[in-house]
Design a binder for this molecule. Structure first.
Ligand code: TXA
Ligand code: MG
Length: 337
């Protein structure tokens, strides 16, 4: 069914934007597109509104949410003044897909940060920023999916998970994967790989450490590691994520994928477009060619309704955005071979 035919999905115009802003001010939930993925937003300064996010998503209370601001004045309502390193990143990358851990203001409800004394903040681009500016309040927003499902990159994905929430339909999102989350204290470290690559961040903070992979491969078989070089990783990274519609196997070698497909002709292969000719046409779901295209198509592919007994995917090189793609694939995979 087309997203727009769903009663709770609203195309973007002045009226729907004002309605969404009024709902936020009134303590209600609104789902809206950001440049990364769709967010499920509530007034961050209203504890009751924030509780609705956790309730609707089935999100564990110990997993803090990101606060979105439209400008630096609004930032002051939720966080202490950013230290110099943070200021440099803000100047270079905001508005954009970068989330920073800053020291939390005591007036911000503690449920937003799950009791932590840091708050994760970002300033999104475009429509999301317009909406927050119009609402006039900082907006707490995790990705707009039920806990454990792939993040939504279209309004229809949101409506699948939340048939009763007001959704602003801004079309498919630009990056398709979530923001990069970094902490600056006690040293700069990437807590969650994201739309902004470590390589580009390192130009502004040369000493940036990269998180030990929190995926299944690097965790030594146990549940996701929650420690990164002695610093706590993003709490959310320890939870199961991105559950696809059918079991997903991540192949590290092309030869083993090809052999597996020959033996399992009913499987559906999510593959970079240049590799598609290697497989029967009706058995492939092409993701695109560049890492940017693959990132954009990935979460929709994990939600695919196409026929196929299981989903198969081939590893991509861990460079730039490829690192983020691999992080998401490792979390989504039922097994890695
Ligand atoms: O692109 C994005 O970041 C999207 C859009 C909507 O902005 N949001 C998003 O939120 O992905 P969510 O809640 O799905 O992921 C937020 C991540 C989680 O891993 C969470 O644990 C972490 O950020 N996080 C939030 N506050 C934190 C804090 N104070 N300390 C450490 N990690 C935190
Ligand atoms: Mg999420």
């Amino acid at each position: 069914m087309a997203a727009r035919r769903r009663k709770n999905v609203h195309s973007v115009d002045t009226r729907s934007l004002h309605e969404a802003a009024a709902l936020l001010r009134r303590g209600e939930l609104v789902a809206f597109p950001t440049e990364t993925v769709y967010g499920l937003g509530a007034n961050a300064l209203d504890a009751k509104a924030v509780a609705k996010i956790f309730e609707a998503k089935g999100r564990p209370q110990d997993n803090p949410v990101i606060v979105h601001v439209s400008d630096l004045r609004m930032l002051r309502k939720v966080a202490d003044p950013p230290p110099p390193r943070a200021r440099a990143l803000i100047a270079r990358f905001w508005p954009g897909p970068l989330t920073l851990l800053l020291s939390k203001k005591s007036s911000l409800p503690s449920s937003v940060t799950a009791g932590l004394d840091t708050v994760a903040v970002r300033m999104p681009q475009g429509l999301a920023r317009d909406l927050i500016r119009l609402a006039g309040v900082p907006v707490a927003a995790p990705s707009a999916n039920l806990s454990g499902r792939p993040s939504p990159t279209t309004a229809l994905h949101v409506a699948e998970d939340f048939p009763d929430v007001f959704v602003l339909d801004g079309g498919p999102t630009k990056h398709g994967v979530e923001s990069t989350v970094i902490a600056l204290e006690p040293f700069p470290v990437v807590l969650r790989q994201g739309a902004l690559s470590e390589e580009s961040l390192r130009k502004t903070i040369p000493g940036l450490r990269h998180a030990a992979s929190t995926g299944r491969l690097a965790s030594g078989g146990g549940p996701f590691s929650s420690k990164v070089n002695g610093a706590a990783a993003s709490p959310g990274t320890k939870y199961t994520h991105y559950a696809p519609t059918r079991p997903l196997t991540l192949f590290l070698r092309k030869s083993s994928l090809l052999a597996y497909v020959r033996a399992h002709p009913k499987a559906l292969v999510l593959c970079p477009t240049p590799l598609a000719p290697l497989f029967p046409k009706q058995r492939t779901l092409a993701l695109g060619s560049s890492p940017e295209e693959i990132a954009r198509a990935l979460f929709a592919a994990l939600r695919t309704r196409r026929r196929g007994s299981e989903l198969l995917v081939l590893a991509v090189p861990r460079r730039g955005l490829g690192r983020t793609i691999m992080d998401r694939l490792e979390r989504a995979a039922t097994r890695i071979v």
